[in-house]
Write a protein that binds this ligand. Structure first.
Ligand code: ADP
Ligand code: MG
Ligand code: MG
Length: 184
C-alpha cells in the first residue's frame, strides 16, 4: 500500500518497530516494571528502531497510554480508554493531521470514540475493544476513497485513490490482533 503513493517502507518500519517494542516490553516485564514504565520503554524502542513518521507516532501513542495507566494499579477498562484517548490527542498534536486527511488518525479517532462509549456503557474491556477494532477496520477501509493531505503520499494524491492509507490499515490490524488476545 505504501509503495502505491508513499515510499514503500511502511511494512518494514512497522515490523522493525513492533519487534523492538516487544523486546523492550519483555525486558521491562522481566525487571518487574509497571504498565507505565513498560509502555514508555516499548514506545521509545518503537520510534528509535522503526524510523519514519509512523514509528514516531506509534512511540507517542504507547507513551501516552502508559502515562494514563501509571505504574501502580492493574489497568482498568476506564484507564485503558483514557490512555487511548491520550494517544489520539498526542498523535494529533504531534502530526497535525485531521480526520479525512487519509492517515492513521482516520482509524484512531473512531477507535477511541467507540472504546470510550462502550466502556462507559459497562460492556467490559474485551467487548468494547473488539467493537472499537471493528470501527477502526471499517474506517481504515473507507480511507481508500480519500485523497491524502499529509505525509509522503500527498504529492501522489491521485495514485492513492482506491487504496487505503497504509498507516490506517496497519492500525486496524494491530487493534484487531489485540482484541483477539483480550477475548482469548
Ligand atoms: P514514512 O511516511 O516516513 O515513510 P511510514 O511509511 O512508516 O512513514 O508511515 C506512513 C503512514 O504514516 C501514513 O500511511 C499515515 O497513516 C501516517 N502518517 C503520515 N503522516 C502523518 C501525520 N502527519 N499524522 C498522522 N499520521 C501520519
Ligand atoms: Mg513510508
Ligand atoms: Mg519512509
Amino acid at each position: 500500500m505504501d509503495a502505491i503513493a508513499g515510499d514503500g517502507d511502511h511494512g518494514i518500519g512497522m515490523q522493525r518497530g513492533s519487534d523492538a517494542a516487544l523486546e523492550a516490553a519483555r525486558a521491562a516485564a522481566e525487571a518487574g516494571a509497571g504498565a507505565a514504565t513498560l509502555l514508555d520503554r516499548a514506545g521509545d524502542a518503537w520510534s528509535d528502531r522503526a524510523g519514519g513518521t509512523s514509528g514516531a507516532l506509534w512511540g507517542v501513542a504507547l507513551r501516552a497510554i502508559g502515562g494514563a495507566l501509571g505504574d501502580e494499579a492493574a489497568p482498568t477498562a476506564r484507564a485503558v480508554a483514557a490512555g487511548v484517548a491520550a494517544a489520539r490527542d498526542g498523535i494529533r498534536a504531534y502530526g497535525k493531521a485531521q480526520v479525512g486527511d487519509k492517515t492513521m488518525v482516520d482509524a484512531l479517532v473512531p477507535f477511541a470514540e467507540t472504546l470510550d462509549r462502550d466502556v462507559d456503557a459497562d460492556r467490559g474491556l474485551a467487548d468494547a475493544w473488539v467493537a472499537a477494532a471493528a470501527a477502526a477496520s471499517a474506517a481504515a477501509a473507507a480511507t481508500a476513497d480519500l485523497l491524502p493531505r499529509m505525509g509522503r503520499a500527498r504529492p501522489h494524491a491521485e495514485k492513492s485513490l482506491g487504496t487505503p492509507d497504509p498507516g490506517a490499515h496497519s492500525f486496524a490490524l494491530i487493534v484487531t490482533a489485540v482484541g483477539e488476545v483480550l477475548t482469548g
